[in-house]
Design a protein around this ligand. Structure first.
Ligand code: PXL
Length: 274
């Protein structure tokens, strides 16, 4: 038997709901063989309000991991998550180019949810320059969209969101999906997609209350895994939306600080349909 394969270049979320843990769980659920190049370890401080502590991995070691997978094995898709320094961003982009990876899904992580502190102000600069141009699909949230588009405030109206998506597309990404989710007070949860030709609203039901830790990692991994499985871009995005909706529906509380999305949610939906 052969399996489709995907590589995630991302960080470890020790608490298990986001980062490389979310990516591997998602790929597994979608029947894809997941592999990793670890960029950073995030630990959370139980004695200081779950403050995120970020420990980057040496760039040489990241390069060795990426080469292990891309030169030594080969993949059907690559996903990037937390890349904590400009050097690591440049490295990931260079490797995606070097190995001619077409199915590259970029989740431009700039901070952890609930932890406002941006990783490094130069992260956005390096992403604009190196990573956005190699992305088939890029999935910024509103804050990341603002930073990538170079806006001085976070977009909050539909026109502002569309403008941010357009500016990010101009930097070279094929498809931009600005994740709005349940924010901004609309009745549905939605994202705004721009492919250079048209804008599309990706709507889904709003699930409340919801825990959303790791939601961005999960959504982008589900898209990457679906591309690896040979789905078209439109199909992959649709599966990604369904996967994240079910993961949010089955989300749960881990402790007083964090509640992850549940990667087994989609499986339950598929089982119920068959
Ligand atoms: O959800 C963003 C994120 C991505 N990657 C890692 C994380 C987090 C948030 O905690 O820890 C490794």
């Amino acid at each position: 038997m052969t399996m489709k394969k995907a590589l995630t270049i991302a960080g470890s979320d020790t608490s298990g709901g986001a980062g490389i843990q979310a990516d591997l769980k998602t790929m597994e659920e979608l029947g894809v063989y997941g592999m990793t190049a670890l960029t950073v370890i995030v630990a959370q401080d139980p004695h200081n309000a779950w403050n995120h502590e970020v420990f980057p991995i040496d760039t040489t070691l990241i390069e060795k991991q990426i080469d292990t997978v891309l030169a030594g094995i080969g993949v059907d898709a690559v996903k990037t998550g937390m890349l904590p320094t400009p050097e690591i961003i440049e490295l990931a982009a260079r490797k995606i180019k070097e190995y001619g990876i077409k199915n590259a899904v970029v989740d431009p992580v700039m901070a952890c949810k609930g932890a406002d502190e941006i990783l490094d102000p130069n992260v956005a600069v390096a992403m604009r320059k190196h990573l956005v141009p190699v992305a088939k699909i890029i999935t910024p949230n509103l804050f990341e969209a603002r930073m990538l588009a170079g806006l001085d405030k976070t977009p909050s109206t539909m026109d502002e969101i569309k403008e941010a998506a357009r500016l990010i597309h101009e930097l070279g990404a094929e498809i931009v999906i600005v994740k709005v989710g349940g924010k901004l007070g609309f009745d549905t949860a939605f994202d705004v997609l721009y492919d250079g030709n048209e804008f599309r609203l990706l709507e889904s039901e709003k699930i409340e209350p919801a825990f959303t830790h790791g939601g961005g990692c999960t959504f982008s991994s589900a898209i990457a895994a679906s591309l690896a499985n040979g789905h078209t871009v439109d199909e992959a995005i649709e599966i990604g939306k369904e996967f994240i909706t079910e993961a949010v529906r089955h989300s749960f509380r881990l402790n007083q600080y964090v509640g992850p999305t549940n990667h087994t949610g989609y499986r339950k939906k598929v089982a119920a349909q068959s």
